[in-house]
Each structure stands twice: as C-alpha cells, then as structure tokens.
Design a protein around this ligand. Structure first.
Ligand SMILES: Cc1ncc(C[n+]2csc(CCOP(=O)(O)OP(=O)(O)O)c2C)c(N)n1
Ligand SMILES: [Mg+2]
Length: 270
C-alpha cells in the first residue's frame, strides 16, 4: 500500500497544480474548495468506487459531486489519468466547452448529476441509492458534500430518508474545511456537532483527517448492514498554497499569473 500512497501523493500535487492553472487561465472558478478535496477524489476514483468498464457502464457505482463548484478537482484527476485530453485544461469555463464551472451530467465522464444549487446533489444521490436498493442492484452511491453546504435543510431531509430506507449502499463524504463562501462555517451557520447529529439519525459515522490517504482508506472500508455511512473528512480549504489556506477570500477567486507562479513553486517544493 505504501508504494501506491506515494504515487497518490504525487498525483495529488499534479491535480492541485492543474486546479490552479485552470482557474488562473479562466480567471474564475473556486480554487479553495477544489484544493481541499483532492485526496478524497483520488481515494474514491483510484480505490473505493467500482468504475466498471468505464463511464458508460450502466452497472458502475455513481458519484455525485454535490459541492459542484469544486469540480476542478475531478477535472484535474481526469486530465492526469488521461480520461480527459490534457489539452482540455485550457477550455475550463470557456463557452461551449464541456469543462464548465459546475459538473454537467453526460458531458464529462463519471458525472452523474448537475449540481450547483447546494444540497440538491445529496437528495439526488440518496434517491439513486434508494433506486438501486429497490432493484436489488449491488451498485453504490457516493456523494461529496461541503460543510457550508450542510447548512441546507434539504441535506437533512435526505439524511433522514437514507436511514429510514436503510441505505447501506450510500456514502456521504463531508469536506469539513471549516470555511464557506464568505467566512468560517461556524460563524455563518454553526452546524453544531455533525458527528452526533448524523449518529442520532442512524448513520455509521467516521471522523478523519481528509488529507490522509491511510485514514480515508480505513474509513471507506467500514460498513454496517442497514445503515448509510458518512465520513466527516477534516481538511484545509486552499490546501497546499500558503496564502490560500483557511482563507475564504480564495473560495471563488482565481490566482493571477504572479500568484500562480508562487503557488506552483510552493507545491513543487513541498
Ligand atoms: C442553494 C445555494 N445557495 C448558495 C449558493 C452559493 N454558494 C456557492 S458555493 C457556497 C459556499 C459553499 O461552502 P462549502 O459547502 O463549505 O464549500 P467548500 O468550502 O468546500 O468550497 C455558496 C454559498 C449555491 N450554490 N447554492
Ligand atoms: Mg467549506
């Protein structure tokens, strides 16, 4: 496993550089929340999810990027793995391009929902998992949720339904970077103790460091029959770039050419 993790760490660095390059060239996008979820995306796509014969395989597992503004992390992964043409990095957020600022279902591979309105992806993913249960299909559904997004009421309606219908084929991963659009999540709408909240509804709960591949792998290996699973993954918004880390100002702002150069240097030298 050691060898794989050292490769994943190199991949994470490349993806972070891609995120910065694509947002900088587009002069728009969301670097902060994209940088925080890179290890989560890698662990899901490299290890956890059954991708079947590829994106068109109807029997593969499903992924809903509910905090869809952070999709540069998934684009970066797909660019690095050759699922997307590396040249497409230059098309991010351009008119007519398939690499839009939020995922577009059916336009890019492994894109199972059109998110953007926060909270809706959680509801959609929960419905997908219920559908697979009803069909007695072994397929699993994974959904990536923001901590700020967790302020949305629809998340909790979906979470209750997930327990009511015993959706043990469903995993929520919450990117707990502690920051949302214009401040700290605890200052804007305090979530209280998410661990206890999810446990009280009936989830199997893990709380981990979301930048640790070892902890992500361990958490993903847990399963309890009849219970949906939530992984509360503590991360750093803007991870890897000193002037972005923990700073809400980089939620929806792209680095300029000079800032990009500093960021790439920091990542390469880390
Ligand atoms: C329903 C809804 N309200 C507001 C927004 C605007 N918005 C986009 S991202 C964001 C903050 C999200 O914060 P968080 O979920 O913590 O994301 P992350 O920190 O991972 O970037 C907001 C308020 C939205 N997209 N949808
Ligand atoms: Mg956040």
């Amino acid at each position: 496993m050691d060898i794989i993790i050292s490769e994943w760490k190199k991949l994470a660095k490349k993806i972070r550089i891609d995120i910065l390059k694509m947002t900088s060239e587009a002069n728009s996008g969301h670097p902060g929340g994209s940088l925080s979820c890179v290890e989560i995306i890698i662990t899901l796509f490299e290890h956890e999810m059954n991708l079947g014969k590829g994106s068109d395989d109807p029997d593969r597992d499903r992924f809903v990027f509910s905090k869809g503004h952070a999709v540069p992390a998934q684009y970066g992964y797909m660019l690095e793995k050759g699922i997307l043409d590396p040249e497409e990095i230059h098309t991010f957020r351009k008119q007519g391009s398939r690499l839009q600022g939020h995922p577009v279902k059916g336009r890019t591979p492994f894109t199972d929902f059109n998110p953007g309105s926060l909270g809706q992806g959680v509801s959609a993913a929960t419905g997908m998992a219920l559908g697979y249960k009803m069909k007695q299909s072994p397929q699993k559904v994974y959904v990536l949720i923001g901590d700020g997004e967790s302020d949305e009421g629809i998340v909790w309606e979906a979470a209750s339904a997930a327990c009511h219908y015993k959706l043990d084929n469903l995993t929520y991963i919450v990117d707990m970077n502690a920051v949302q659009l214009d401040g700290a999540t605890k200052d804007i709408m305090n979530l209280g103790d998410l661990h206890k909240r999810y446990e009280a509804i009936g989830f199997l709960v893990d709380e981990i460091n979301g930048h640790s591949f070892e902890e992500l792998l361990e958490a993903f290996s847990h399963h309890e029959e009849g219970k949906p699973h939530v992984i509360l993954a503590h991360t750093i918004k803007g991870k890897g770039v000193s002037y972005m880390e923990g700073n809400y100002a980089w939620h929806g702002k792209a680095p300029n050419a000079e800032q990009l150069e500093i960021a790439i240097k920091e990542l390469e030298e880390a």
